[in-house]
Design a protein around this ligand. Structure first.
Ligand code: SF4
Ligand code: FE
Length: 488
């Protein structure tokens, strides 16, 4: 059953989250002005499934049941499915201009599906069957799942089992007849408050001593023992003010939480890895590749809005035809499309896993994400360049609406008289929101650290590269090895 956006929002009201925001417990998160824009962004993933124009992207056939499912809950049955994923993410980025959160679960589902199959193959366990059952339940009820990988990590130079405080990585503290008990903290977890379920995955390679930390499982977001602490975003309290213009993107946003598990019970049917530390890295690398590919969808979609806003600002300022402005906007487009091209390429080069779903190409996915750690910085730099210094000095909406000084603000903030001051003002605050993070983690910082910081991609790029082959090519061309004879 495909939920409508309205049914999705209603379903969130049934949860009993233990959630804190700005030092206070939140009871009605669905109507909270700071949180609601992020809920709206996820609701768009439900809306697109019912729109004739986007249905082909947003809905697909379940690999498990053959029924129609939301693509965010689907397994990738072909490279084409992963291409559709990236196109859907671009569409979502264009329509929300923020992180719409639901991709982490989708990517985690696919990585867990293939990894559990291979754990079972080696150890004779039944994680894959359990996982299939859980996923059928998610698909059948069209639930939203938050993928939760990043542990808080404590001392970064020390393995999980060697930390002074054992809770720096989520781990199993007790194994019982009916399931396991887990404990620890996860940070930067996207979309938790808007999700019914969380899929917990380990965050790095593990060794034998870290056995108890090699845990993958699913828990409801409101399970006993879970606390969510809502992450701050710059200028977030603008959402509490009267009016909407100063927020920049009043309709949509993203969110992350610090989520803590204090002796949370997980029944066996929801446990998909229980100490198989040698498979931790497979799950991490597959998930990371999927999610690094995802950035080839959402980031160009968000950039489409930012480029449109920048071109509009150039119109409002009367400089749209200036050659340097056209050159800069052209550069923004080039950078954004390069990221998108990478996202499409790693889908195209995807391969079938033993479990039967498709995996994005790991080398190209990491190239996609490494570009994403750089290009949005240049894209936002150019947006700020064209928008002008007024981007960070505009008076407030209250001044703009003020009975006396409002007229002054309107007169002196005007650009090309063909456009209203209010339109210019709205476009400025939108660019401000996108560059400085009012509506989501800022576009560029999220691009840097989301789906893993740049060094993680460098390591993977090196590991996935066949350097011996490259050296062989060089030795042959240089004549050190036998040169290839085209006639031979
Ligand atoms: Fe999806 Fe992008 Fe948000 Fe990741 S950062 S969840 S890919 S919108
Ligand atoms: Fe992200």
């Amino acid at each position: 059953m495909l939920k409508t956006a309205r049914e999705y929002i209603e379903s969130l009201r049934q949860l009993k989250l233990n959630l804190y925001l700005l030092g206070e417990k939140v009871e009605d998160w669905v109507n909270n002005p700071i949180i609601r824009p992020s809920t709206n962004a996820v609701a768009m993933t439900y809306k697109l499934a019912h729109e004739p124009k986007t249905e082909a992207l947003a809905v697909t056939e379940s690999m498990l049941t053959g029924k129609k499912v939301n693509r965010f809950n689907s397994l990738f049955k072909s490279p084409d499915d992963m291409i559709c994923k990236v196109k859907l993410q671009r569409e979502m980025g264009q329509r929300t201009a923020c992180c719409f959160q639901r991709c982490v679960g989708m990517d985690g589902i696919n990585a867990t599906f293939s990894t559990t199959y291979e754990i079972d193959e080696k150890y004779g366990t039944d994680y894959h069957q359990r996982f299939r059952k859980w996923l059928e339940y998610i698909q059948e009820n069209d639930l939203c799942t938050a993928g939760a990988m990043t542990d808080v990590k404590g001392h970064r130079g020390v393995a999980p089992s060697q930390q002074d405080d054992p809770d720096m990585f989520v781990h199993i503290v007790e194994r019982r007849d009916d399931g396991v008990v887990i404990r620890g903290g996860k940070a930067n977890i996207t979309g938790t408050v808007n999700s019914h379920e969380m899929l917990l995955m380990p965050t790095l390679r593990m060794l034998e001593d870290d056995k108890d930390y090699a845990v993958c499982c699913a828990v409801p977001t409101d399970a006993e023992g879970i606390t969510h602490i809502y992450g701050r975003q710059s200028c977030d309290t603008r959402k509490l003010e009267e009016g909407e213009i100063d927020v920049g993107n009043y309709g949509f946003g993203g969110h992350e939480t610090l989520t803590v598990f204090e002796d949370v019970f997980v029944p066996w049917e929801r446990v998909f890895m229980n100490g198989e530390y040698d498979f931790s890295i497979m799950l991490v690398e597959r998930f990371a590749a999927y999610h690094r590919q995802s950035y080839g969808g959402c980031k160009p979609g968000i950039a489409d809005v930012l480029i449109g806003a920048t071109a509009s600002m150039a119109d409002y300022n009367g400089v749209r035809r200036a050659s340097h402005v056209r050159d800069k906007i052209g550069e923004m487009i080039h950078l954004s499309e390069t990221i998108h091209a990478c996202g499409l390429a790693c889908a195209h080069q995807g391969w079938k896993t033993k479990a039967g779903n498709y995996q994005s190409d790991i080398l190209l996915s990491n190239v996609c994400k490494l570009n994403t750690t750089r290009f949005p910085y240049e894209i936002t730099r150019l947006a700020e360049d064209i928008a002008g210094g007024i981007l960070v000095t505009t008076p407030s909406e209250k001044d703009f609406r003020h009975p006396q000084i409002g007229k002054i603000v309107d007169k002196y903030l005007k650009g090309d008289p063909a456009y209203s001051t209010e339109d210019r003002y709205r476009m400025l605050t939108l660019i401000h929101a996108m560059c400085f993070g009012v509506v989501a983690p800022s576009y560029h910082t999220e691009s840097m650290h989301g789906a893993g910081s740049p060094q993680a991609q460098k390591i993977m790029i090196e590991r996935e590269t066949d350097m011996e082959a490259k050296q062989r090519f060089a030795r042959s061309i240089a004549g050190i090895d036998q040169r290839e004879d085209p006639l031979g």
